[in-house]
Design a protein around this ligand. Structure first.
Ligand SMILES: [Fe+2]
Length: 189
């Protein structure tokens, strides 16, 4: 379920907007300069190999990258693997990586082909928690304070667009603001 929940930055209990209407979500995010759109969902994307996924979305990718600004386009995927004793640690490590507030030198552009994750955009006096699901494309502008929660059982396939190969590297603010906000699972509960 794609979801937008807008909260006061100094009080997560002060919920200003909560909607699952994707048109409303797009309109609300655009007020803050955040691009949100929907691409068609490929059934079985979670089990489709990366080359096939990139080929399927090639026309969409070409349109998004008409200017050629994204020189590095790849796929990030993580799925629960309960047969692997190392998986809980891998999952926790992946989740922790971007759970603290940070910003990037370039736009963070993600298309969710499968699964879900939540971007928390800290803009002025608000935090916009945006749960992205299969079919959602979100672009976090360069310099925008944000964090990302993939939940305790990370499960997603996302196409990533980078200008520089190290564009994913975060500049962490050291602010523990994210601890005061509902997690991905709490938002969806
Ligand atoms: Fe980020």
């Amino acid at each position: 379920m794609t979801l937008l929940q807008v909260m006061a930055a100094d009080n997560a209990a002060d919920v200003r907007v909560r909607t699952t209407d994707t048109a409303e979500i797009g309109a609300e995010l655009s007020k803050h300069g955040i691009a949100f759109s929907r691409w068609e969902v490929l059934p079985d994307a979670a089990t489709t190999d990366s080359d096939t996924l990139l080929a399927h979305y090639a026309p969409r990718i070409a349109e998004l990258n008409a200017s050629g600004r994204y020189e590095h386009i790849d796929i990030a995927r993580i799925h629960p693997d309960d047969d692997n004793p190392d998986w809980p640690a891998t999952a926790a490590g992946a989740r922790t990586k971007f759970l603290d507030e940070h910003r990037h030198a370039e736009d963070e552009v993600r298309f969710f082909a499968a699964g879900r994750g939540c971007f928390y955009l800290h803009i002025d006096d608000a935090v916009l928690a945006t749960v992205c699901e299969a079919g959602d494309l979100l672009s976090v502008p360069a310099g925008t304070l944000h964090w990302f929660d993939m939940g305790p059982r990370p499960d997603f396939v996302a196409i990533r667009f980078f200008e520089e190969a190290d564009g994913w590297i975060g500049d962490f603010t050291g602010d523990k603001i994210s601890a005061g906000f509902p997690t991905l699972d709490e938002l969806l509960a």
